[in-house]
Ligand binder design. Structure first.
Ligand SMILES: Cc1ncc(COP(=O)(O)O)c(C=O)c1O
Length: 202
């Protein structure tokens, strides 16, 4: 278990006078160790100090809508979340999602420039669904379509199976590392990666 975060915020050294924190980024499933930050404790601090809580579940949120056993530390108290369906769900690269709790058009207010020559309003569908004017970028691929098509093709159970198979493979590897001479487990984590060291000469 990771150590609990402190209950009080300590000022960081070398910050200009009057600096105020506004954003906390926690990670559920770090890239190398698969470590999980204690989200509830961090969310308590954020709530107390009015801080935006972003949670990076790129690796650790394999299946946000799935069965509880595949939902690692659900970031239910986050203001925003980043998630990579191209990892455990194996959606074709790239498929990265940025999910916001806000539904009041925050992204549009922050990034929208309303360039009428680009983002015409007189379309046959609900133009609030257009994403072009909600990000600092402009033309980008519709990554979400790949997730949607895969979901349609294999279904919720099919996606869950991909995650479960990855966990089963990790458990198998873990057992192999534990029982094999010349290998040492650096850390046992609850995700689909395990850290081991091997002696190539043995
Ligand atoms: C924890 C974590 N955050 C972020 C990223 C990068 O995500 P993206 O490729 O969407 O920039 C990765 C990629 O491995 C990751 O493991």
């Amino acid at each position: 278990m990771p150590p609990a975060p402190p209950n009080t915020l300590r000022p960081l050294p070398n910050l200009p006078q009057g600096s105020e924190p506004l954003f906390v980024c926690a990670t559920s499933g770090t890239t190398v160790l698969g470590a999980f930050d204690p989200l509830d404790a961090i969310a308590d601090i954020c709530a107390r100090h009015g801080l935006w809580l972003h949670v990076d579940v790129s690796s650790g949120g394999p299946w946000l809508g799935g069965a509880p056993q595949t939902l690692l530390f659900p970031p239910t108290r986050a203001d925003s979340v980043t998630w990579n369906p191209h990892k455990l769900l194996m959606v074709g690269l790239q498929c990265s999602a940025f999910l916001l709790r806000d539904s009041s058009g925050l992204l549009q207010r922050c990034h929208g420039v309303g360039a009428s020559y680009l983002f015409q309003q007189d379309k046959f569908y609900d133009v609030s669904l257009d994403t072009g004017d909600k990000s600092p970028q402009c033309g980008r691929r519709a990554d979400g379509l790949k997730l949607w098509i895969l979901w349609k093709a294999v279904g919720t159970r099919g996606l869950g199976w991909r995650v479960e198979r990855a966990f089963a493979a990790t458990r198998y590897l873990l057992e192999q590392v534990k029982r094999r001479e010349g290998f040492q487990l650096v850390m046992e984590v609850g995700m689909t990666l395990e850290c081991g060291m091997g002696n190539v000469d043995s």
